[in-house]
Design a binder for this molecule. Structure first.
Ligand code: GBH
Length: 451
């Protein structure tokens, strides 16, 4: 119930971090300004049938031109942290070479404005907008892309590490590798398991190379991390095929990333499953030591959990769903966080994304009374608090998302924002869930719960 959830939420400490998250291609628009060149999403969104309604990120939320007002919105939500990503094609239009000053200037202004308003900037270097030129040269299945990513990271780090303390290399490499190179539902839309597994390895290698270089260049204390999308994968029954399917889903969803990152090795069962399909992880001597560069935090993006009857056969739990068709499973969120704290101990966690799409109905003033989204937030933040009580070291929660935005293959139809965007006028209106989030943050920050 709501009051039991509130009691749990009130056990979060006053120093807990509260934020909202976005990603460059999903909100910025201005895709051809100040020297930016196409990313793989500019290309993919033009492939007929790839994105719902033929939508593209050409204008999106026009955040590139409305950034100051959007920072004011964050201020009115009373968040202390803003998680955003940098668009690689603005910084290095050809994916390599020298810094594009005009593109960098935007993030420079953003960071200054955030700091001026007392909001801590959390920067993600890669949230899926690979410069198209690098995809043409092979993309993430090509080893060279890992080195290009490290170079790009250093350009950004050199400019912003005097003011940005928290650096995340990659957002959800699972999505880049699997949805991008195996399932073909995200940019660049390829469908090949071998390419996908090569992409996994080169994304991780890029993470490790970038982290090593940035850490050794740091002039002050900087925190480095990576964000993974994770859920729970459990067998739907006690049968052997169900248990095997759950093991495989967890292997490709969680362990293929965290085992090399934390322990410097790929999980042997996953390597064997892949070998049986004729796929080898393209590891070279020394790679795993680079990938296992020390991490200061793990970013967790959680949306839902799954149970399996057989390989690739998720069986619904029979619980209510969001507009994405994703089951609402806050208890699995607690399970996931507790499990991560046990299997990968000593790694502070931040919830870098969690949120929901619902079919919002605005009134004539653009106001959305989204009790469903507020309830989703409440149950999931309570789930985080429950995981903390069970010993998981979780230090912050960033809601996805500040604004309704370009929801990848779903275009603008699916809305995740705490703030409504009217795409005709670009008018922003804080939804009921946004007010709820602000009130919750204020209450917890004042330490009104049980301390
Ligand atoms: C996040 O991705 C993104 O970081 C963010 O940009 C996005 O807007 C947000 O979530 C909302 O979607 O197992 O094949 O059924 C979440 C990506 C999408 C990853 C669903 C897992 C399940 C695919 N998740 N996906 S499948």
């Amino acid at each position: 119930t709501a009051s039991a959830e509130q009691e749990l939420i009130d056990t979060l400490p006053p120093i807990f971090r509260w934020g909202v998250a976005t990603a460059s291609y999903q909100i910025e628009g201005a895709v051809a300004e100040d020297g930016r060149t196409p990313s793989i999403w500019d290309t993919f969104s033009r492939v007929p049938g790839a994105v719902h309604n033929g939508d593209t990120g050409d204008v999106a939320c026009d955040h590139y031109h409305r950034m100051p007002a959007d920072v004011e919105l964050m201020k009115s939500l009373d968040v202390d942290t803003y998680r955003f990503s940098v668009a690689w094609p603005r910084i290095q239009p050809r994916g390599r070479g020298k810094l594009n000053e005009a593109g960098m200037a935007f993030y420079d202004r953003l960071v200054d404005r955030l700091l001026d308003k007392g909001i801590d900037p959390w920067l993600t270097l890669y949230h899926w907008d690979l410069p198209q030129e690098l995809e043409d040269a092979g993309g993430w299945p090509s080893r060279d892309t890992a080195y290009r990513f490290a170079d790009y990271s250093m350009l950004v780090f050199d400019r912003l590490s005097d003011r940005v303390r928290n650096w995340t290399t990659l957002n959800e490499p699972w999505c880049s590798a699997m949805h991008g190179y195996v399932h073909g539902v995200m940019a660049p839309g390829r469908r090949d398991l071998g390419d996908g597994i090569a992409a996994v390895h080169h994304l991780l290698l890029g993470h490790g190379l970038a982290t090593e270089r940035m850490r050794s260049a740091a002039q002050r204390r900087i925190e480095f991390g990576i964000t993974l999308n994770m859920g729970t994968s459990e067998p739907a029954d006690e049968s052997e095929p169900a248990r095997d399917a759950a093991r495989r889903a967890d292997g490709l969803g969680v362990r293929i990333y965290l085992d090399p990152l934390v322990y410097g090795r790929y999980p042997s069962d996953v390597v064997e499953d892949l070998a049986a399909q004729g796929v080898r992880v393209p590891v070279r001597d020394g790679d795993l030591a680079i990938i296992a560069a020390p991490l200061d935090f793990l970013g967790v993006n959680y949306y839902f959990g799954q149970q399996f009857a057989a390989v690739d056969e998720p069986v619904p739990f029979g619980r209510p769903k969001t507009a994405m068709g994703w089951e609402i499973l806050p208890d699995k969120f607690t399970d996931l966080l507790v499990r991560l704290s046990q299997d990968y101990p000593g790694l502070p966690m931040f919830i870098t994304e969690n949120g929901s799409a619902f079919d919002d109905v605005p009134d004539e003033n653009g106001f959305v009374r989204d009790d469903d989204r507020a309830a989703y937030l409440s149950s999931h933040i309570a789930a985080v608090a429950a995981a903390r009580q069970a010993g998981a070291d979780i230090r912050g929660y960033f809601a996805w998302s500040l604004l309704d935005n370009f929801e990848w293959a779903y275009g603008y139809e699916k809305r995740f924002g705490l703030v409504r965007v009217d795409y005709e006028t670009q008018r922003r209106t804080i939804k009921r869930s946004g007010h709820w989030f602000r009130d919750t943050i204020r209450r917890v920050r004042q330490g009104q719960g049980g301390l």
